[in-house]
Design a protein around this ligand. Structure first.
Ligand SMILES: C[S@@+](CC[C@H](N)C(=O)[O-])C[C@H]1O[C@@H](n2cnc3c(N)ncnc32)[C@H](O)[C@@H]1O
Length: 206
């Protein structure tokens, strides 16, 4: 069952700021420095699209961006963001349903996989994987559990909230590390935020 973030589009960013301060933003902005200049970039699940403006601050031109977001209300907000002289193709659909006939140098998946069951995460991962050129960079940000009690409390509260409001299918985090390891990716660097609850990692396709 596909999630539906339409209901949350108008308050999503404010809620995120209220609970996490700038942590979720900082995790994604940290990743953006690894996007190569003049590259073909895929962004999946960008939400309201503020990441487009942040990416444009680093690369005001030269990028060919494909922006895939399933929620129409999120997409409407994304289209209003400043993308400078970069070219952007907006696709309002689930990534796994989109027929894309180009390959990418980099992909950004910011808090995408935590919406999915293990099975959907694998399907989405495989789909994105085959869209990447050899040597491409995969920039992923997600929540993780590192053993602190409050992390699982916060995670359960989030899953409950977004299951009721946005019908997300997940009730626990999929094993994202396993996806990248079994997919043959090399982890290059990473950084944790918000008491290690948030992790941003850079992977390279072999
Ligand atoms: C947890 S939100 C994160 C939004 C944004 N990355 C942020 O950090 O503010 C996940 C986003 O992924 C989108 N999404 C979920 N499943 C998707 C799919 N299969 N294809 C494309 N987008 C999807 C949702 O609509 C939502 O906007």
């Amino acid at each position: 069952m596909a999630s539906n973030y339409n209901n949350s589009a108008w308050f999503y960013d404010r809620l995120s700021r209220l609970v996490y301060g700038r942590a979720l933003i900082n995790a994604q902005v940290y990743l953006l420095q690894f996007v190569p200049a003049n590259s073909a970039v895929l962004i999946v699940g960008g939400g309201t699209g503020w990441i487009l403006e942040e990416l444009t601050k680093i690369h005001p031109s030269g990028l060919g961006i494909t922006y895939v977001e399933i929620a129409a209300d999120m997409m409407a907000r994304s289209r209003r963001q400043n993308t400078g002289l970069n070219s952007v193709v907006f696709i309002n659909d689930a990534i796994e349903n989109v027929g894309i006939n180009r390959e990418f140098d980099a992909v950004i998946t910011p808090f995408l996989f935590d919406n999915f069951t293990e099975a959907t995460a694998q399907t989405v991962f495989n789909y994105i994987h085959q869209l990447l050129k050899p040597g491409a960079i995969w920039l992923n940000a997600d929540f993780q559990l590192t053993g602190k009690w409050w992390q699982s409390v916060l995670l359960k509260a989030m899953f409950l909230f977004f299951r009721i409001l946005c019908k997300i299918e997940a009730s626990e985090l999929p094993d994202v590390d396993r996806l990248f390891t079994s997919g043959g990716f090399k982890a290059l660097e990473g950084k944790c935020f918000y008491g290690d609850f948030v992790v941003a990692k850079i992977y390279k396709k072999r």
